[in-house]
Ligand binder design. Structure first.
Ligand code: PDD
Length: 286
């Protein structure tokens, strides 16, 4: 079965969805994106992704081409026609095709390019990695200064994933001024006793939708939350560590730069947070 994707108002077989070579997403990475997970055919934390999309667009002076209700309808249609039980919907809006290459933004009459597609990931919530945990290395964070905008300029995160792969581990954590900013495609946390520590929000990191939900659930579960930066040394000496993202949910980190975290296997705080997160988000899915 060929996948049906969405391009500028049309639902098309993926091979028929074509975008101009002059599109600024292609030439300038001038675009933003969102990834929403699907569990049991329903969208996880959809409202949060809509809010962040609107903010990313507005920070780049781009019009939001759809209302939240329209975005929801498109997401639901793609999930239905592609029969997605577990997986994700990828959404991208670029500034469109001004007809030629130019650094300056084109005038407002250039319509944005809107692309959405699904990815099936059967058993997404039962990812075996959650049982054993992942290993990370640290690398310098040399990304630009507006990491709070979810842009499609993902080359350095890709290089970070490749550095991890070459080192025989699962992912990289970015370090700047001696402290961790975030993972290549996720937010980073450590656990000390009953306390969850994660970097405070600023333009240094992406404001994770999963992060917001997990911190809320942690407080509700009587855990303490401290929003501050931590170093690799502190993380290696922590009781537990983890990452969050829309696709990994809550994922234990058991090794950092070759040093085991805690007992070197997933701890009970992270396991509990993952369970609460999945339970609550399934209940609220749309
Ligand atoms: N990545 N930090 C970065 C740099 C990210 O790219 C992501 C998400 C996150 C977590 O945000 P959220 O909880 O809203 O997914 C943090 C997505 C999943 C991706 O690029 O595939």
């Amino acid at each position: 079965m060929t996948r049906t994707v969405y391009l500028n108002g049309a639902y098309l077989p993926e091979a028929e969805a074509k975008v101009s070579i002059f599109d600024r997403g292609f030439l300038m990475a001038d675009g933003v994106y969102e990834v929403t997970s699907v569990l049991d055919g329903k969208l996880i934390d959809f409202g949060g992704h809509c809010v962040r999309l609107a903010r990313s667009l507005s920070e780049l002076e781009m019009q939001n081409p759809h209302s939240d209700a329209e975005w929801l309808a498109i997401h639901r249609e793609l999930v239905a026609v592609n029969a997605i039980e577990d997986g994700m919907v990828y959404l991208q809006v670029t500034r469109g095709n001004p007809g030629d290459r130019d650094f300056a933004y084109p005038s407002d009459d250039v319509t944005p390019t809107v692309v959405l597609f699904t990815q099936a990931k059967p058993g997404l919530a039962d990812n075996p990695a959650a049982k054993v945990g992942i290993k990370v290395i640290s690398i310098p964070d040399i990304r630009w200064g507006r990491r709070d905008i979810k842009t499609v300029q993902l080359l350095y995160p890709s290089m970070g994933k490749m550095a991890a792969k070459k080192a025989g581990v699962d992912d990289s954590w970015f370090v700047e001024d001696g402290v961790v900013t975030e993972g290549t495609s996720n937010n980073a946390y450590i656990v000390k006793g009953n306390k969850i520590i994660t970097r405070q929000l600023s333009s240094d990191i992406l404001h994770g939708i999963t992060r917001a939900a997990v911190l809320r659930f942690a407080v509700e579960a009587q855990m303490e939350v401290e929003e501050r930066a931590f170093s690799i040394d502190e993380a290696q000496a922590a009781d537990e560590a983890f990452i969050t993202s829309a696709s990994a949910f809550v994922m234990p980190v058991v090794e950092i730069d070759g040093a085991a975290v805690g007992a070197g296997k997933p701890g009970h705080v992270v396991a509990r947070l993952r369970e609460i997160y999945l339970d609550e988000m399934r209940k609220a899915a749309v």
